[in-house]
Design a protein around this ligand. Sequence first.
Ligand SMILES: *[C@@H]1O[C@H](CO)[C@@H](O)[C@H](O)[C@H]1NC(C)=O
Ligand SMILES: *[C@@H]1O[C@H](CO)[C@@H](O)[C@H](O)[C@H]1NC(C)=O
Length: 185
Amino acid sequence: MRTTVVAVVMVMLCVMMAHADMKPQRDFNLQRFAGKWYRLGLAYDSPAFVPYRDKLKASMGMITPLPNGNVNLTMWDATTVGCQIKVYQYEKTTVPGQFTYFSTRHNMVKDVTVVDTNYTEYALVHKHKAFNREYTQVALYGRSQTVRTDVIQRFKAFALSRGFPRESILTPPPAGNCPPSGSRR
Ligand SMILES: *[C@@H]1O[C@H](CO)[C@@H](O)[C@H](O)[C@H]1NC(C)=O
Ligand SMILES: *[C@@H]1O[C@H](CO)[C@@H](O)[C@H](O)[C@H]1NC(C)=O
């Protein structure tokens, strides 16, 4: 009984430490982060993602801040059945730059941290399941469809430092006609 309690406390401590070591961008400014981004890089740790890795495209996303501090992330995903729009609802936490969202795909709450951004060019976003490291991802977002090599290097170095294997760090090609040109904002 007692050892169970100790074990639970230890697990809680580890979880809290795992949270504490993922610091968001200092002085995170949601209004400056708003608008259009392209997901130019992705590092994954889930073996379930392997069948999708070669299909991945540099999808476009739109960050819309809501008046209450939450965020809608709209993503345009090129799929085999065409260009699909998905809206993800990120809820704010007490820490600026940190959000939570409920993944319907994995049926679990995930933490999302904007780790590093200069707002006008790139952003590194870390996503993980609260309570363990399953389905952890790092994404590189760019304001345009290409970013400078040193920004790509920064993304790769960050993912490697978080323990992602080199072969799980992807920089997918652009998502052809998705959203269809003409409807692009
Ligand atoms: C945010 O997303 C929700 C769910 O899709 C939608 O109902 C709501 O209108 C969106 N809000 C804005 C400002 O886009
Ligand atoms: C931030 O973005 C601007 C381009 O808008 C770029 O000139 C600048 O070098 C970037 N800063 C860093 C640290 O990458």
